[in-house]
Write a protein of this length. Structure first.
Length: 226
């Protein structure tokens, strides 16, 4: 989900009426009908319908249809439109953060280590594998494709000469508190992305204030002309 889509979803809650309806729906243990929400919040039914459907359009709520009151068969009436929290999650962070990614890497590393592999080796392999999975989906096999793959993960890459600088660390808070561990995982992940893309970039640790601790060194092209 790109930043624009996530921002639109979160922005839908800026309206106080919409936010109140969202909080009411997600606070209930069962899907909510328009009439119930209108009565609970003291709002006109047409207002509730408009805002609930807006929340569905933005992807924050989902709908289902069910007859209320337990009646079944002929004469039971039409099923009611009910609202519930949509599946998935929405988060907006500026600068971009990806703590779910580093959490996945750490969990995968611990699982590997439980099979007898050393923890350090397991974490390095898990980070590299996660990077390769990302790189394998890139739309190309060159440095621009590598940069786009990292950009999608929040690294904000910048190519300067033979170096790919990463202006943002998606794991910033963890990296500040557990620098050696997280920066090592970061390097392995970035190298894995390069390997998955298939471009000749070597990731190395090169900390610099205000940037990610990892940089990518682009291998020089070898001229084939005589």
């Amino acid at each position: 989900m790109d930043l624009g889509t996530r921002a639109t979803r979160v922005g839908a809650l800026a309206d106080p009426t919409r936010r109140a309806l969202y909080e009411y729906v997600v606070g209930r243990s069962a899907p909510v009908g328009r009439e119930e929400a209108a009565a609970a919040l003291g709002m006109p039914a047409h207002t509730v319908k408009f805002h609930l459907d807006k929340l569905v359009t933005t992807g924050l709520l989902a709908t289902e249809y069910r007859r209320l009151g337990g009646r079944r068969g002929p004469g039971a009436g039409r099923p009611s439109k009910l609202y519930r929290r949509a599946d998935g999650e929405v988060a907006v962070s500026l600068p971009e953060r990806a703590y779910d990614l580093v959490g996945h890497i750490l969990a995968a590393g611990v699982e590997r280590a439980s099979s007898g592999e050393s923890l350090a080796s397991a974490l390095d392999a898990a980070a590299t594998d996660a990077g390769r999975e990302v790189g394998a989906t890139a739309d190309g096999n060159d440095v621009p494709a590598f940069s786009r793959a990292l950009a999608a993960q929040g690294f904000e890459p910048r190519v300067e000469g033979d170096t790919v600088l990463l202006a943002n660390c998606p794991f910033d808070t963890l990296a500040r508190r557990h620098t050696a561990l997280v920066c090592g995982l970061n390097r392995s992940f970035v190298q894995g992305v390069a390997d998955g893309v298939g471009c000749d970039v070597a990731a190395r640790l090169d900390p610099e204030a205000g940037r990610c601790c990892v940089k990518g060194r682009i291998a020089p092209r070898i001229s084939t002309t005589a």
